[in-house]
Structures are given as structure tokens and as C-alpha cells.
Ligand binder design. Structure first.
Ligand SMILES: Nc1ncnc2c1ncn2[C@@H]1O[C@H](COP(=O)(O)OP(=O)(O)OP(=O)(O)O)[C@@H](O)[C@H]1O
Length: 519
């Protein structure tokens, strides 16, 4: 009985220690300032003046967080960080770097630090960063433990290839810190799914995940959309509105297609990331922020930097941790697994009682196909096969692959054409837009794409609307000799919006008139 009580007592001491913070700095005044600030927030705090002293304490007890200065009398704070990482310790680490030494901050994040602070340390910022590291929101409510959160997105991220296993393990690893992540990959590879998984695995899981498509916002609205505005800041600003940053506060902001952000906005974004504060348009005061940034692009940002289209300093800040999601053709062995998972999900979403199977030849045909539109293309292909086929087994013919050239199958059915329009069997020499346009005119009663036969309502509204949009864009392009600027004007869209929509919908228009000078 006594032994059990002792074990219980030890366990309780362990828990309280695990909630403590160790602050390492050789300047006694600073140490006292940090200590007092954190004690006032209700934390248990211990201090050390050198790496050696800190390591001694770490040998005898556990902490939840270590805050360490970079420059210490015996060794660098990085040494302490590396030792903790190598020992597989669970302590989170916040490093304190000298003002202007962004390189130190970035290397610390790369080495596994949770976050960093810049000297002179702003105490409000210290409280914010520490509360995030300790799993508290606004210094109040402890967030649930990361391990208790089940990530739907991570579960959905199917793939047994080495590359996908690596992606999943990186997701788990980076979710532990605040480090910005840049996800790179072709369109449709699953970049957004990866970003969601990072959020859902992190301590921020219960807080907002805000996804923003940087290419979809008109340039003149970017600042207001990102940073919010105050009433009266400009004509039409009738009330205060928060921007994406405020909406994502304490959570994750996913900046998709970051490479599409104009240079002026890149400079403003960099400032917000550096200052960790945002000033809404028309406001006098800045508000502090605690936002984790995950961005994504299909472009090679290093090339964009070299070409002067992307700021190097911003690239450096965003690319602290890089995750590359491989194209589907580079992991063909994942295709059957993915197809099975997608079929199960699609069947469930469509309310089907059973999940259609792929015949062995259909599986082989899919494995041999290049999938220029990646997983999204496979998903669309299966959705189409399910909508149009009558069988419990999907055969090769149902996939529409036979005579399709690479890229053709990427495009789901044009809702304005019948399934017999020959979209999947067009001559290889024509470009995709031209082929779409060449489809016969729409019969008034054409069955909507992706509708189940028993029900004329679309079983996936989002995709159905995508199809409608695709049909309209293609028509406008045709009417304007494939000039995207002119077609956009006809539809009340800017060139940026046109380009974004075409990319999103997979309308490859290589033969379009080169109107990039209109940018
Ligand atoms: N590994 C995967 N397992 C299961 N589904 C996936 C996987 N990767 C992508 N998907 C599915 O494919 C579709 C496209 O994924 P997602 O939108 O994340 O791609 P993306 O790379 O962000 O595309 P884009 O660059 O065009 O925005 C989604 O429906 C997603 O759920």
C-alpha cells in the first residue's frame, strides 16, 4: 500500500514537473524578467545560466518547455536544442535570437525548435508564444493533447509508397512546432490535404484552419482580405471586418498558391510574419497574432526568386520546412490503394449501399496511366465511372482511358455536353480547350455530370458547379480566340482570376494567345 502511494506521489510530481518551464539565459536581469512574467501567468519556472547548467537540470527532471537564449557563455542555445532532439526528449524549445538574425531563427526552427523570439523580447509576444507552446489558448484554456486528436485529413492521406510514408511522417513531425511549412507539388497531388493534416495533428487542431487561395483574390482587395479593415477605411467599408489573419488567430493559415501573390503583397505579408502583428486597413493600432503559416505552391519558388517574381526574404521565411508531395505517376504502386479508398469515400458520399470494385485490367490500366492531374484526376475519373457505369465492377472501358491522351482524362465531363460527346476519345493533335469546345452542343435535357441515374440532383454539388463553370470559361475562351484577358473581361473577371480558375479547373490552354503582358 505504501509503495503504491509512493508511486502515485512520484507520478504526480512528474506531472507537475512536466508542466514546468526552464529558462536559460546568462543575463540575470533578463532571467528575472522572464521568470516573473511567466510566474504571473501561473507557470512553474526554473532558471539556468548556461547550457551545462540547463543540461544538468534536464538530466534530473522533465519540463514541458525550454526557453533558451542563443548566445550563452559556454555553448550556443542550438547545442542545447540539438541535444534535446538527439535524446528524443519531449520538451518544446523556444529560442531567443538577437534582433536581425533571421538565419539563426530559421536554423533553429529547422532543427526542431517550436518557435523563436527576437530580442528585445516583447513580453506580450513572450506570453503568446509560451501559451501556444504550453497548449493554452490566450493563456487560458489548455488545448487537448496532440496525441488525443485524431486527424481526419491524415487518415485520408492514402499511400503506401516510401514517398507518401515520408510525407505522413513529416506531417507528424512538423505538427509539433510553429515552424512555417511550404508544401510543394503539382496540382491535385494533395497539398491542401497535407496542410489540413498538419493542422489537425498539431495542438491547434481545435482552433481555426483558414485556407486562402492567394491566386483567387483580386489584387486591390488583397490587403483588406488578409488584414481586415476598419469601418470607413474606404468607400464601402461600412463596418469593421476581420481579415484571414485575425480569423486564423491561434490556429493555422493555409496560403495556397502563394507563388501567385503579387510582389507588393509579398512585402506586406513578410512584415506581418516578422512582426507577428497585423494592422487592419484604416486602423491605428497593430494587433498581436499567433498564427501558424502553412503555404503551398505548384511552382518552383526558387526559380521564381531567381526571376525576380518572388521575394527571397519571404521565400526564406516560408520555406523553413519543405514538404514535397510527389506526382502520382512517381508512385504508381499507390494507385490501387488510392482508387480503393476513393471509391469507398465516393460511394459513401453518394449514399450507395455498396462500393464498386475495379476489375484487374482496370487496375492495370490505371497503373499505366500518367495522371497529369494527379489524385484529383483519379478521383474525377472514378466519380465519372461510378456515375455512368451500371456495374458493380468498373471495367477499363468505364474509365474512358482507351483513347485519351495524357491530360484529357483530367477533365471531368463538361456538363454542357452529353456523355457521348467524345470528350475522352478526341484526336491527340488537338489541344484540350479546343477539344472541349469541339464537343457537340448541349441538349436541353442533358443529364448533369455526376448525377446518379436514379436522382437528377447532382450527388456532388461542388463538382457539378465546377463543371458548369468550366463550360462557361471554355465558351468565353472560344469566343475570344483563346485570349484569356478578353475572355475574362467578357465574364467580368481579371486575368489573374481567369488564370486561377483555369488552373483550378484543369483547363490547359497552352495554345491561348500569350497575354501575360497584361499582368
Ligand atoms: N494521398 C491522397 N489520398 C487520398 N486522397 C487524396 C490524396 N491526395 C489528394 N487527395 C484528394 O485529391 C483531391 C485533390 O487534393 P488537394 O486539393 O489537396 O490537392 P492540391 O495539391 O492542393 O491541388 P491544387 O494545387 O490544385 O490546389 C482532394 O479531393 C483530396 O482529398
Amino acid at each position: 500500500m505504501r509503495a503504491r502511494l509512493q508511486r502515485l506521489e512520484e507520478a504526480m510530481t512528474d506531472i507537475s514537473r512536466a508542466d514546468a518551464i526552464l529558462v536559460v539565459d546568462d543575463e540575470p536581469d533578463l532571467l528575472t524578467l522572464y521568470e516573473l512574467t511567466l510566474l504571473r501567468e501561473g507557470y512553474t519556472v526554473e532558471t539556468a545560466g548556461s547550457v551545462q547548467e540547463a543540461w544538468r537540470q534536464l538530466q534530473t527532471r522533465r519540463f514541458k518547455l525550454v526557453i533558451t537564449d542563443m548566445r550563452l557563455p559556454d555553448e550556443s542555445g542550438m547545442v542545447l536544442l540539438r541535444r534535446l532532439e538527439e535524446a528524443g526528449r519531449a520538451e518544446r524549445v523556444i529560442v531567443v535570437t538577437a534582433y536581425g538574425s533571421a538565419e539563426n531563427a530559421v536554423s533553429a526552427l529547422k532543427a526542431g525548435a517550436f518557435d523563436y523570439l527576437t530580442k528585445p523580447v516583447d513580453l506580450r509576444q513572450l506570453r503568446g508564444v509560451v501559451s501556444a507552446a504550453m497548449g493554452r489558448k490566450s493563456g487560458q484554456t489548455p488545448a487537448p493533447a496532440a496525441t488525443a486528436v485524431r486527424s481526419i485529413a491524415l487518415d485520408r492521406l492514402v499511400g503506401a509508397s516510401q514517398a507518401m510514408c515520408q510525407v505522413r511522417s513529416l506531417v507528424q513531425k512538423v505538427a509539433r512546432s510553429m515552424a512555417p511549412v511550404l508544401v510543394h507539388g503539382e496540382s491535385g497531388t494533395g497539398k491542401e490535404l497535407v496542410a489540413r493534416a498538419i493542422h489537425e495533428v498539431s495542438v491547434r487542431a481545435t482552433l481555426p484552419f483558414i485556407a486562402v487561395n492567394c491566386g483567387a483574390i483580386p489584387e486591390n482587395l488583397l490587403e483588406a482580405e488578409f488584414f481586415g479593415y476598419r469601418r470607413g477605411a474606404f468607400t464601402g467599408a461600412q463596418e469593421d471586418r476581420e481579415g484571414f489573419f485575425q480569423a486564423a488567430n491561434h490556429g493555422t493559415l493555409f496560403l495556397d498558391e502563394i507563388g501567385d501573390l503579387p510582389l507588393t503583397m509579398q512585402a506586406k505579408l513578410l512584415r506581418v510574419i516578422q512582426e507577428r502583428a497585423v494592422r487592419p486597413v484604416g486602423a491605428v493600432m497593430e494587433m498581436p497574432l499567433n498564427v501558424r503559416i502553412v503555404s503551398a505552391t505548384h511552382r518552383d519558388l526558387a526559380v521564381e526568386v531567381a526571376a525576380g517574381r518572388f521575394r527571397q526574404d519571404l521565400f526564406y521565411r516560408l520555406n523553413v520546412i519543405a514538404i514535397t508531395v510527389p506526382a502520382l505517376r512517381e508512385r504508381r504502386d499507390d494507385v490501387p490503394l488510392l482508387a480503393a479508398a476513393l471509391l469507398a469515400r465516393l460511394a459513401q458520399e453518394a449514399g450507395l449501399g455498396m462500393v464498386p470494385a475495379l476489375s484487374p485490367p482496370a487496375q492495370e490500366a490505371l497503373k499505366a496511366y500518367d495522371f497529369p492531374g494527379n489524385v484529383r484526376e483519379l478521383e474525377n475519373m472514378l466519380m465519372r465511372a461510378m456515375a455512368l457505369g451500371d456495374h458493380a465492377v468498373i471495367e477499363v472501358a468505364d474509365l474512358g482511358l482507351d483513347e485519351a491522351e495524357p491530360g484529357a482524362a483530367e477533365l471531368p465531363l463538361d456538363p454542357l455536353s452529353t456523355p457521348q460527346a467524345g470528350l475522352w476519345v478526341l484526336p491527340p493533335e488537338e489541344d484540350v480547350v479546343a477539344r472541349l469546345i469541339a464537343s457537340p452542343p448541349v441538349p436541353a435535357a442533358a443529364e448533369p455530370a455526376f448525377a446518379t441515374r436514379a436522382d437528377s440532383l447532382p450527388c456532388n454539388l461542388e463538382r457539378y458547379l465546377d463543371d458548369v463553370e468550366r463550360g462557361i470559361l471554355v465558351r468565353a475562351l472560344q469566343e475570344h480566340g483563346f485570349n484569356r484577358t478578353a475572355a475574362g473581361q467578357r465574364l467580368g473577371l481579371t486575368l489573374r482570376q481567369m488564370r486561377y480558375r483555369m488552373a483550378r479547373l484543369g483547363i490547359t490552354a497552352d495554345d491561348c494567345v500569350d497575354d501575360t503582358h497584361d499582368l
